[in-house]
Design a binder for this molecule. Structure first.
Ligand code: F6R
Length: 609
């Protein structure tokens, strides 16, 4: 999740405006920054790694001539957060320059095709192929206008993008395009702007034009022209007036980052499904070779590991040990050795306990694999191989979108390992792969159809003194995560157990009206789980069940239920089933007048042991 901005001004220098606008997009990422302007038919460029203020202090980003320019603040996905990978990126002739937010899935094929044609690449990014493809297109077909060459190029891209491109050949234009990554235009008396998000230009104009998937935009001193990428059909769209305050705009109109991030999950899950095969394959190879695998993490990331231990066991017959990172050194520090593999999972990549576990294992020559949302974090530097979860910055303290992204990547690893080891049938594999691809839509359906219902449930149970969360098998991890969310932001003491364990002690707490949340995918545990629900009901518990649509048996037993779409395989169930629990925690916190984005005593990244 990067931020892009471009502008064509009637008066004044573009660079200071681009700089100020990128600052307002910094919440989308801040690994590196770059600005390019066009002046006297030449591209002027400044870029470097680091936060915008740091780079500005050294380079003076405002000091670039010209009334037209583009800029970028980066959240690294392909290539480390280094100067060489900072946007904008240009072609071989330095006549075409581009900024991009998104992931080009087929960039490896396109890059090698371009290399065979003699193109030289400077960076490891997927973006750099875009100016080179445009260059190639203009070379092979000189009659094309700049916008037509961009259009031809975009037709070859697979994946997500919001991009803005300039060329010295038509120095009064910026061409932009969108597929899945956000893009919006702004207009005022002094010019036109394109940006990843409205906050970028809100202080200078509240007149915005939303750009849809599959659209190309030509910005010029005369204004903007929108057309469909596939067939050039013109699109007429007038600016609308945005009533948001700048603070509301950063949250895209949502009252809190947490709910915005819950709603972002269909998109972040789509991003995780665009993971490059080579990284997934490399980690799969290490896992395949390992004689023992410890998955170390804290908090929500630990719950992702717990769920993954079921995935690896069921799909790839690989036993793994999920371990709280804070316990790892005491529990396994002496036995871990050269044959051990550590898969460390951390949203921030900076959690002190996770890094301490990694350091201990590294000193004993174990292999370190990393899964993190922050490329360039300490975890990426100490891992033999790492994967980024592609969720974009998470600002709400409670992890939501990064949890489901971690699960999606871990599920993909388990599926790959299963395939490599030939552990499940082709039919089962096909079905799981298909269901995995459907998860973004499944989560979208849940958020759209169940949010109101969850709000009502939150109202009903907001004064409960304690909650139980129960599930069987892989849903134990979902139950743990539901409980952590509710405890950390709504401050309600909560207990989670594997449902089968509840009668070995915790059930003694249950009395009339005691809320028990059951996680009920329709898997092998369904029948037994019904027995556990009956046990609780018999003692007066109120049952809140998260069920599959049409699960009449559990509907009949539950006091309240939340439905997720049918047919979700057990091993993938924590992804959709966690979403209603995130919503429940959020709305209970609101009912109790707590700010879910800033729970007391907590920090987004815990860098002390
Ligand atoms: C809970 C939460 C924390 C983190 C934990 C680990 O909502 O956010 O429990 O999951 O502090 O953080 P990372 O994943 O950054 O290592």
């Amino acid at each position: 999740m990067c931020g892009i901005f471009g502008c064509i001004l009637k008066e004044g220098n573009a660079a200071p405006l681009i700089h100020a606008s990128l600052k307002r997009l910094e919440y989308r990422g801040y690994d590196s920054v770059g600005i390019a302007t066009l002046n006297d038919n030449k591209i002027q460029l400044k870029k470097d790694q680091g936060k915008i203020d740091e780079v500005h202090r050294i380079l003076n980003l405002d000091d670039l001539p010209g009334t037209i320019g583009i800029g970028h603040t980066r959240w690294a996905t392909h290539g480390a957060p280094l100067k060489v990978n900072a946007h904008p990126h240009s072609d071989c002739t330095s006549e075409i320059i581009a900024v991009h937010n998104g992931i080009i899935e087929n960039f490896i094929e396109l890059k090698s095709e371009l290399q065979n044609l003699g193109h030289i690449f400077a960076s490891k990014t997927d973006t750099e192929i875009i100016p080179h493809l445009i260059e190639e297109s203009m070379k092979t077909n000189p009659s094309l206008s700049f916008a037509e060459a961009v259009q031809e190029t975009i037709k070859r891209l697979e994946g997500s993008y919001a991009l803005a491109v300039m060329s010295t050949r038509e120095p009064d234009k910026i061409v932009c395009a969108r597929n899945e990554s956000p893009l919006v235009l702004g207009v005022n008396g002094n010019g036109v702007f394109c940006a990843s998000d409205i906050p970028a230009f809100l202080p200078i104009t509240n007149k915005a034009v939303m750009i849809n998937n599959g659209e190309l935009v030509i910005l010029s001193p005369n204004g903007y022209e929108i057309k469909k990428i596939k067939d050039s059909t013109p699109v007429n769209r007038e600016p609308e007036t945005i009533e948001w305050t700048p603070e509301m705009a950063v949250k895209q109109g949502y009252p809190h980052f947490m709910i915005k991030e819950i709603h972002e999950q269909p998109q972040t899950l789509r991003n995780t499904l665009r993971m490059q095969d080579n990284y997934l394959d490399l980690i799969t190879t290490f896992l395949d070779r390992a004689s023992e695998v410890f998955m170390v993490a804290c908090g929500t990331s630990y719950h992702a590991c717990l769920a993954a231990s079921y995935m690896f066991s069921k799909l790839a017959f690989l036993p793994t040990y999920p371990v709280y990172a804070s316990e790892f050194v005491e529990q396994h520090g002496k036995s871990v050795n050269i044959d051990s593999t550590i898969l460390a999972v951390s949203q921030s990549g900076e959690t002190a306990d996770t890094l301490a576990a990694v350091t201990c294992a590294q000193q004993r020559a174990a292999t370190i694999l990393g899964l993190t949302n922050v490329i360039g974090s300490t975890l990426t530097r100490v891992s033999r191989v790492y994967i980024g979860t592609q969720s974009g910055p998470e600002i709400g303290v409670a992890a939501t979108k990064t949890f489901t992204s971690q699960l999606s990547v871990l599920a993909q690893l388990a599926l790959r390992l299963s395939k490599k080891r030939g552990k499940i049938s082709q039919d089962e594999m096909d079905c799981l792969e298909e269901k995995l691809l459907q998860l973004p839509d499944t989560v979208d359906t849940i958020v759209r159809t169940q949010e109101e219902k969850v709000k009502q449930i939150a109202k009903k149970y907001k004064d409960s003194k304690v909650f139980f969360f129960l599930g069987r098998g892989i849903s134990t991890a979902t139950a743990f995560e539901g409980r952590l969310k509710l405890m950390e932001i709504a401050y309600i003491p909560s207990i989670a157990f594997p449902a089968g364990e509840s009668k070995h002690g915790p059930i003694s707490l249950v009395e009339n009206g005691f809320p028990v949340v059951f996680i009920c995918p329709k898997d092998d545990s369904h029948k037994t789980l019904i027995g556990n629900i009956m046990e609780m009901k018999a003692r007066g518990a109120h049952i809140i069940a998260v069920i599959e649509e049409g699960d009449e048996q559990i509907k009949a037993l539950a006091d309240d239920y939340i439905e997720v779409p049918k047919g979700i395989p057990s091993v993938l169930s924590p992804i959709p089933f966690a979403v209603p629990l995130q919503l429940l925690a959020y709305y209970v916190a609101l009912e109790k007048n707590y700010n879910p984005d800033m729970p007391r005593n907590l920090a987004k990244s815990v860098t002390v042991k």
